[in-house]
Design a protein around this ligand. Structure first.
Ligand SMILES: C[S@@+](CC[C@H](N)C(=O)[O-])C[C@H]1O[C@@H](n2cnc3c(N)ncnc32)[C@H](O)[C@@H]1O
Length: 395
């Protein structure tokens, strides 16, 4: 598989070697590193991780394309879906975006909110990567008027003061460091990364601690069946704590998560016995997370049943769960599409390509799901078509 991947430049290889050296030192002094910690270093080690170093990640020149990168359609539909909630809170409404990426979503969303008269008091961005923050800032300053930029603020940590409004995250949960577990003789083991005799990275399984074992046993109980010998997959034992941390102070409003994933019984299908972990390198997907650390995006699909449970334990109820295509239709895609019709042939072609990527089942339409979680709302002011398409019963 690796031989078909594009070759890194000399600089890129040196960059990856630098991170590799850091990983070797940490493993040499502390012993085998849980895979989740390895993934965290690969994505977020200051100045070296995939999201913290200066490479282009998003779009045609990067490693993958996300929905907001395709054009404005996605963000305009999201704004359509949530603007009744913003309108309900009026001057008190805030909007918090987690993981702003290149800033494409914020740019299109702020324009759409201004056009619909539902600008939030503040547009907050919680972005752990200093490099991406800077890119977001530059992009918004270059493309938005000062009165919109004045509402944007970057946060170092989730809001501590109570707030009302909407929290939004596209493709953020798939980037949270995932724990890899495997079943060995009825016991739960956790995948670790260690060094072989020639100081190369290799994976090794060790008995899981109580937190990981407890999370795996909970999934088994919920599925009503034990995982078979050798079954390997991912889990996010930290998800309930993470949701509590990012949304604990959202006392009234809505959270919207869009990501690729499944309900639990589809996530942990017996035949999916090596999990969902993927590495992305310049538009090539592969399954070796140890290859060129720091140059690859590493992701795992989302267990949406786990997200619903985490939301519930933080006091939120699932308002709707549905595939991205149904979500976008319910959010008024047809109307937005008509409003966006360009006058030239090329523009019309590009817009129809955007719709295809967002909607086709084998593209993003069914591989991606949208989950809306609400708290502190007496009525659910969501578009009726969106609520009618809810598939929450599948969770
Ligand atoms: C795959 S990118 C998606 C970017 C953007 N939302 C988009 O759709 O183009 C993942 C983003 O999540 C951010 N991220 C990762 N962990 C996060 C966390 N714990 N809180 C907030 N953002 C996070 C990354 O830095 C990055 O901006």
């Amino acid at each position: 598989m690796q031989t078909r991947l594009p070759e890194p430049s000399t600089d890129e290889r040196a960059h990856s070697d630098h991170l590799l050296q850091l990983l070797r030192e940490q493993i040499a002094s502390h012993g085998p590193m849980p895979f989740s910690q390895y993934m965290e270093r690969c994505l977020y080690a200051p100045g070296l991780g995939y999201y913290s170093a200066g490479r282009t990640k998003f779009g045609a020149a990067g490693d993958f394309v996300t929905a907001p990168e395709l054009g404005e359609l996605f963000a305009r539909c999201v704004v359509n879906a949530v603007q009744p909630v913003l309108a309900m809170f009026g001057d008190d409404a805030d909007f918090l975006e987690l993981g702003g990426g290149s800033g494409a979503f914020a740019q299109a969303a702020l324009k759409a909110m201004a056009a619909s008269g539902t600008l939030p008091r503040q547009y907050l961005i919680l972005e752990p990567s200093a490099d991406l923050r800077e890119r977001q800032r530059e992009r918004l300053h270059a493309h938005l008027p000062a009165e919109l930029n004045a509402r944007v603020q970057w946060l170092d940590r989730p809001p501590e003061q109570d707030w009302r409004g909407v929290l939004f995250a596209n493709e953020v949960i798939d980037a949270l460091p995932a724990t890899r577990f495997v079943m060995r003789e009825g016991e739960v083991c956790e995948e670790h990364v260690t060094l072989d005799g020639e100081a190369r990275l290799r994976r090794v399984d060790r008995p899981a601690d109580a937190l990981v074992a407890g999370a795996v046993r909970h999934v088994e109980r919920d599925l009503g069946t034990a995982f078979s010998e050798g079954y390997r997959s991912e889990i996010l034992p930290q998800l309930p704590y993470w949701i509590q941390a990012v949304a604990g102070s959202l006392i009234a409003g809505l959270m919207l998560f869009v990501d690729y994933g499944y309900v639990r019984r589809e996530f942990y299908l017996p035949e999916r016995d090596d999990g969902t972990l993927m590495a992305h390198y310049r538009h090539h997907a592969h399954n070796d997370p140890l290859y060129l650390p720091g140059l690859n995006d590493l992701t795992a699909s989302v267990d949406f049943t786990a997200l619903a449970e985490a939301g519930n334990s933080a006091g939120f109820g699932v308002a709707a769960y549905l595939p991205q295509a149904q979500f976008l239709i319910g959010a008024g895609l047809q109307e937005v599409f008509e409003q966006m019709q360009p006058h030239d042939e090329h523009g019309r072609y590009r817009l129809s390509q955007q719709v295809k990527r967002l909607m086709l089942p084998d593209q993003m339409g069914e591989r991606f799901q949208a989950m809306l979680l609400a708290r502190g709302l007496d009525v659910l002011p969501l578009p009726a078509d969106l609520l009618a398409a809810d598939q929450g019963g599948r969770l």
